[in-house]
Design a protein around this ligand. Structure first.
Ligand SMILES: C[S@@+](CC[C@H](N)C(=O)[O-])C[C@H]1O[C@@H](n2cnc3c(N)ncnc32)[C@H](O)[C@@H]1O
Length: 224
C-alpha cells in the first residue's frame, strides 16, 4: 500500500510490534495501526477490535479500502473477550484511559503468558496503569512520542507473575524512560515537575498537607 503513514504516537506504538506478529488492536477505531502493520509486512495478520459498531464499521471500511480483508479481521467485542480465538502474539491497547486499559488486561487470562507482548499507550492515568502492571508484568521497554504539541508514553510489557516496587517518579515517567533518557525525556520530566508544583500550590491554597507531594517533587527534581 502506498501513501499510508502513521502519526508519531501510533509510530511509537508500532515500533514495539514484533516482526511476524499476529496483532490484536483493542479499541482500534479506524484500524490505521493494523492496516499499517500488515501492509508494511511487520505483522502477518491482525484482528481489529472495538466495543462499538460505529468504529468497527469505520475499521471495516478502511480494511476494505486497502484490500486487506484476508489479513485483518474486524470484530465488535468488549476488551479482550474471546481474543484467544485469534491467537494474537502482540496485543495493542492505545488511545484510552490508563484505568480502562488496566481493567481490560485484568479481565483476561489470555495475557497471562510470557510469550504475549502488550503494547499500551494510555491517554490519562499512566501512574495507575504502571501501578497495576507492577504486580505481575515486566516492562520490556518504554518510549515517548510527541504529536501536535502533546507527549505520549508507550509501555511495552509482558506477564511474568512477579511483583515490583516502583517509586513515584518511576510510576509517573517510567523506569525504562528514566534509564534511557531519550530526546523527549527532559520535556516529559519538566512537564511532570510543573504539574506537581501546580498540585502543591492548589493543595496549599486549600489548607491541605503537601508534605507527600513535596517529597514527590523532590524525587522528580533529582532526575534533572
Ligand atoms: C480514542 S479511540 C483510540 C483509537 C486508536 N486505538 C488510537 O489510539 O488511535 C478509543 C477506542 O476504544 C474503543 N473502546 C473503548 N472501550 C473499549 C473496550 N472496553 N473494548 C474495546 N474497545 C473499546 C472506543 O470505542 C474507541 O473506538
Amino acid at each position: 500500500m502506498k501513501n499510508f503513514t502513521l502519526g508519531k504516537r501510533l509510530c511509537a506504538v508500532a515500533s514495539f510490534v514484533r516482526d511476524g506478529a499476529v496483532v490484536a488492536d483493542i479499541g482500534t477505531n479506524h484500524a490505521y495501526l493494523p492496516i499499517y502493520l500488515v501492509s508494511s509486512g511487520i505483522a502477518s495478520g491482525a484482528v481489529a477490535s472495538d466495543i462499538k459498531d460505529g468504529p468497527a464499521n469505520c475499521a471495516r471500511d478502511n480494511v476494505r479500502r486497502f484490500m486487506l480483508e484476508d489479513k485483518i479481521e474486524v470484530r465488535v467485542a468488549d476488551g479482550l473477550c474471546g481474543i484467544e480465538k485469534y491467537k494474537p502474539t502482540d496485543i495493542v491497547i492505545c488511545g484510552m484511559g490508563g484505568e480502562l486499559i488496566a481493567d481490560i488486561i485484568d479481565a483476561s487470562e489470555y495475557v497471562k503468558n510470557e510469550d504475549i507482548r502488550l503494547i499500551l499507550q494510555p491517554m490519562t492515568s499512566i501512574k495507575e496503569l504502571r501501578s497495576y502492571l507492577s504486580d505481575g508484568f515486566l516492562t520490556i521497554d518504554e518510549n515517548i512520542a510527541e504529536e501536535d504539541g502533546k507527549l505520549y508514553q508507550v509501555i511495552c510489557a509482558r506477564y511474568d507473575g512477579k511483583k515490583r516496587n516502583y517509586t513515584e517518579a518511576e510510576l509517573e515517567l517510567g523506569k525504562e524512560n528514566i534509564r534511557k533518557r531519550g530526546e523527549l525525556f527532559e520535556k516529559l520530566l519538566n512537564l511532570a515537575i510543573a504539574k506537581k508544583r501546580k498540585a502543591i500550590d492548589g493543595q496549599r491554597l486549600g489548607g491541605r498537607d503537601v508534605s507527600e507531594l513535596e517529597n514527590e517533587l523532590k524525587e522528580l527534581e533529582k532526575l534533572r
